[in-house]
Design a protein around this ligand. Structure first.
Ligand code: DC
Length: 223
């Protein structure tokens, strides 16, 4: 794979808890690539709007906010740290209110334009694995590798339930939040969640994280 020293752009898309973030992170470690979690960027935007009292309907205020805030992704071996104007918000953006808000803010065209611009800058040099909903379709339609990860809804809800343990959220609440978000993310007008025509689909329902990583690694190395 790296005979030519080429550092690829690898796009991984899919719905929530399909296994993409953990796999992307581990694959990046194995390849010594940078991992960029684009969902975290929409989450940070949502948090900024909430904290600064900017309504999602107020286009001028939202535009101004997007130009003003600084979203940084620090790549650490164990995952991404997300900084909003220099403050580490990695934990806060995983909470349920921001999860919902991130999907709501991601519907807005001017938000997506700004995020896509930042993501293209971050990935331009290659040697990057980016995960999200529209990486293979919009952000890097010419990516060297495109994967689309799926898993059945029950498996995804169980995975999320385990991640959220101790936060007082029931499996039922998670299931309905996930259904809502799947619908919202895949039916929006701009850059909806969908498999790129040339993406390779992987159903991770019955796969362990290690199997997912090995599968992708083999695919990248043999192609
Ligand atoms: O990957 P995640 O669950 O952290 O993403 C949070 C929300 O951000 C998701 O519901 C939709 C939005 N998102 C998006 O619209 N496009 C992306 N590339 C990544 C995330």
């Amino acid at each position: 794979m790296n005979d030519t020293g080429k550092r690829y752009i690898i796009a991984i898309d899919g719905p929530a808890s399909s296994g993409k973030s953990t796999t992307a992170k581990m694959l990046a470690n194995r390849l010594r690539y940078i991992y960029i979690d684009t969902g975290a960027m929409y989450r940070a935007c949502g948090l900024a709007a909430l904290e600064q009292g900017v309504s999602l309907n107020d286009e001028p205020a939202l535009r101004e906010l997007l130009q003003r805030i600084r979203i940084e992704i620090r790549y650490a071996g164990e995952g991404n740290r997300i900084l909003l104007d220099g403050r580490d918000v990695s934990q806060r953006i995983r909470e349920a209110d921001i999860t919902k808000l991130s999907s709501e803010i991601a519907v807005i065209g001017l938000v997506r334009e700004r995020m896509v611009e930042l993501q293209r800058e971050m990935g331009a040099a290659g040697g990057v694995i980016m995960d999200g909903r529209d990486i293979g379709t919009v952000v890097f339609p010419g990516a060297d590798f495109k994967f689309f990860m799926v898993a059945d809804p029950n498996t995804r809800a169980q995975r999320r339930f385990l991640e959220m343990q101790g936060k007082g959220v029931s499996l039922e609440e998670i299931r309905s939040e996930m259904e809502w978000r799947d619908r919202n993310d895949s039916t929006r007008a701009i850059a909806p969640l969908k498999k790129a025509d040339d993406a390779v689909e992987i159903d991770t329902s019955a796969m362990s994280i290690e199997e997912q990583v090995e599968w992708l690694l083999k695919y990248v190395e043999q192609t």
